[in-house]
Write a protein that binds this ligand. Structure first.
Ligand SMILES: Cc1cc2nc3c(=O)[nH]c(=O)nc-3n(C[C@H](O)[C@H](O)[C@H](O)COP(=O)(O)OP(=O)(O)OC[C@H]3O[C@@H](n4cnc5c(N)ncnc54)[C@H](O)[C@@H]3O)c2cc1C
Length: 457
């Protein structure tokens, strides 16, 4: 969901006012708890026993460092996929916030020593890890760690490393940083004395709980709820659908448009999990569902050779990219390439529900061969109040439809310039950003624009 379409301003569910109020209350409580935990270390400066008064620069430096400790301590909680925590906001909005708070932490971590050195330039010697005391060494290592982790995340796509290697470095680096920050604070003994020391132990404890939940609790739970691949279907030269059926349990309930994380053909404890949207109707009675995957990198390149009967473990559902959560008089979907998958789930579910809400689909693809589901979409247009505009970058000679990339003119032609639409856009990050820009330029309220980016980092 768009970070602009904030939880507080959105109709939150198709289940009526009660559901909406529940999300609102849960969301507000979550934010209050987050703010409290981030600011808890700072509040220690005001509570007895107080330290001896020092210069304003030093006190400000410690204040910034305490906020940094709170922000860093909470990053693990933001990153963990704990559905009840993420549901009020949407999983990508929480990841977006996680990324922004990492930048805030970096700024605070750099400002902390800067103020110390401004107060007394002789303290620059604290940077010498060979001669400095242990608390200063921990601080230098923690600051380098924060710089390394933020830098590697910002540059991830340009680094010659796989997503999995980056992810491993990110997680272990984060654990190391929390340990170093705790050791630095406890060792420095500034404000963190007496009973106050225990406050700083809350963050490593939260990180441990988050890690234990992700790496032990979840895998154990999903081990008892396996799925089997029932069918593998080719949709286009490089897009495949996997039909999954629950084995020994009733399956999960998802909303059309949501996604989950999948471990395919590996142990439930495997670190290799990939997010895919559900592409089938949410109303299937057998508890099974489809995912539709485009060959892209090392993992997805093999998806077409998945053997029927392969075991799959599922973590989900997640996501606020669902019409169920945003009731509206008419919907417009603007998708590019494999971004059609959650929209297929929304349209198939609408057909099963005999929903007659007016809908418009603008679906861009490279060529006719790359248009997945076009026959089924044309059939759905007959059953639903659905108008479809296909846009081909590289059309065949006899093509009389839209050509090129999705533009403002194409969207306006397709939607008839209506302002009452709730817009859903999904696809590669560049495409969703461009479409969001176009919609804002058209005067669409940001709260009516929802997007799913097929890339969280
Ligand atoms: C919410 C969401 C829903 C998605 N739904 C679909 C879908 O329905 N169909 C589809 O084909 N694709 C979908 N994707 C994209 C899909 O997850 C990636 O294409 C796939 O994980 C790439 O893996 P790879 O190893 O083949 O490619 P790589 O070359 O390793 O990765 C390509 C890019 O995909 C992302 N990626 C890779 N591995 C992961 C991971 N484990 N977790 C998160 N991101 C990762 C990274 O940004 C990476 O740069 C979705 C992504 C998200 C975030």
């Amino acid at each position: 969901m768009s970070p602009w379409g904030a939880w507080c301003c959105e109709p939150m569910t198709g289940e009526g006012m009660d559901g909406r109020r529940t999300y609102f209350v849960r969301g507000a409580l979550g934010i209050a708890l987050y703010a409290m935990l981030v600011l808890a270390p700072l509040s220690l400066m005001l509570l007895p026993p107080l330290s001896a008064a020092r210069t304003v620069l030093l006190e400000s430096s410690v204040a910034l460092a305490f906020v940094a400790a709170g922000v860093i301590g909470m990053q693990f909680v933001l990153a963990v996929r704990f559905a009840p925590l993420k549901r009020p906001y949407g999983v990508d909005a929480v990841y977006y916030f996680h990324r922004q708070m990492a930048l805030v932490a970096l700024g605070l971590v750099l400002a902390h020593p800067l103020l110390i050195f401004l107060d007394d330039p002789e303290r620059l010697g604290l940077l010498n890890v060979f001669s400095a005391q242990w608390p200063s060494r921990f601080a230098v290592l923690a600051a380098l760690g924060v710089m390394g982790i933020v830098g590697a995340s910002l540059l991830r796509r340009r680094l010659p490393v796989s997503y999995e290697l980056w992810h491993g470095f990110h997680a272990t680096g984060a654990v190391a940083i929390i340990a170093l920050v705790t050791l630095h604070v406890e060792g420095s003994g500034i404000y963190a004395t007496d009973w106050k020391i225990s406050v700083f132990l809350v963050y490593p404890a939260l990180a441990l709980v988050s890690l234990g939940y992700s790496r032990i609790g979840k895998p154990l739970r999903r081990r008892g709820r396996p799925y089997r691949v029932e069918e593998v279907r080719q949709e286009t030269p490089d897009v495949w659908t996997l039909s999954l059926r629950p084995e020994g349990h009733s399956g999960i309930e998802f909303r059309p448009g949501q996604h989950a994380w999948f471990i395919i053909g590996r142990s439930p404890f495997s670190l290799e999990e990939h997010p895919f949207s559900f592409s089938s109707s949410a109303l299937a009675e057998h508890g099974g569902f489809d995912i539709t995957v485009k060959e892209l990198g090392d993992f997805t390149a093999q998806i077409g050779s998945t053997v029927v009967g392969t075991t799959v473990y599922v973590d989900g559902p997640f996501g606020a990219f669902t019409t169920d959560r945003h009731p509206a008089p008419r919907y417009a979907f603007v998708t590019g390439g494999i971004g059609i998958t959650p929209v297929m789930s929304i349209l198939r579910s609408a057909a099963d529900r005999e929903d007659r809400t007016p809908m418009t689909l603008v679906y861009g693809a490279k060529s006719l061969n790359d248009l997945a589901f076009s026959d089924e979409l044309d059939a759905l247009a007959e059953r639903l109040d659905l108008a479809i505009t296909y846009v081909l970058e590289d059309p065949p000679e006899d093509w009389d439809g839209e050509v090129g990339f999705i533009t403002r003119e194409i969207i306006e032609r397709a939607t008839g310039g209506h302002q009452g639409h709730e817009y859903f856009t999904c696809g590669p990050p560049v495409m969703t950003a461009v479409v969001e820009g176009i919609l804002v330029e058209m005067g669409v309220d940001r709260r009516r624009i929802h997007y799913e980016r097929f890339d969280l980092a």
